[in-house]
Design a protein around this ligand. Sequence first.
Ligand code: CA
Ligand code: CA
Length: 302
Amino acid sequence: MRVSRENRIYQMSGQNPAVATVKPGELVVVETHDCFTGAIKGEEDLFSLVGWENINPATGPIAVEGAEVGDVLEVAIEKIEVAERGVMTTAPGLGIIGDEVKEERTTIIPIEEGQAVFSDRLRLPIRPMIGVIGTAPAQGEVPCGTPGPHGGNMDCKEIVAGTRVYLPVNHPGALLALGDLHALMADGEVSVTGLEIPGEVTLRTRVLKGRRDALPLPMVSNEEKLMIIHSEETLDEAVKKGVAKTVKFLQEVCSLDLDAALRLLSLVGEVRICQVVDPLMTIRIELPWSVLNALGFSAADL
Ligand code: CA
Ligand code: CA
């Protein structure tokens, strides 16, 4: 099954009609636009001319057969292919120190042999990741540029090929949508763009029946660690709420009391920033599978 990038949305909502229906386990290739819907074609095309209505499209939504309200959707990312060049923009008012930026600039960065050509002096190995991936939110509509409990614009650089993303099913079929690929992005995304690029994501889905309210969603898992993601208006609040839901989860799955779960988190739970430039701030808490396994919880329990 292939889902064309022409099927795009700018808001995640239970009201969006599904553009495709897939079976759990079925291989799905999802084409994605870059975060400018392809409107920036050269360095003369400035961010301010793109128009907010063209910012942050997601391809979808895709309905998954058998996904019912209260389930969890697992999305296994098998492959992320990106185009031969990406775009970055800086502009007054954009990003963490937008007040210091004097004029708007668009920079095209070619990708050659798996490396982003940053300048004559510097090439950086790419690590393609998915900025926006989510299901329809429980209530109302959420712009694709905003992260939340449904996923969305989490800009978690760990969502790469080989990872699994866990999202809530709030509407029949889950209504999965994704986009905003980055060929490369660092934690923080401080300029407000990663290396923005169109591409194709190959994935498979699985439905975890009735687990939505038992797991600290959204989550991402790879071979080494389980990552619990949380977004709030401030980083402080995101850390507080993220820690609280992780402690509660550890108490349940590892049979720990609150004090022990907190001690454990303080020793091995890496609290990291995903991004600080979207309408809500996003953090992740990374738990090593080796520790969870020792306490009796494994990836097979998901
Ligand atoms: Ca983003
Ligand atoms: Ca982006």
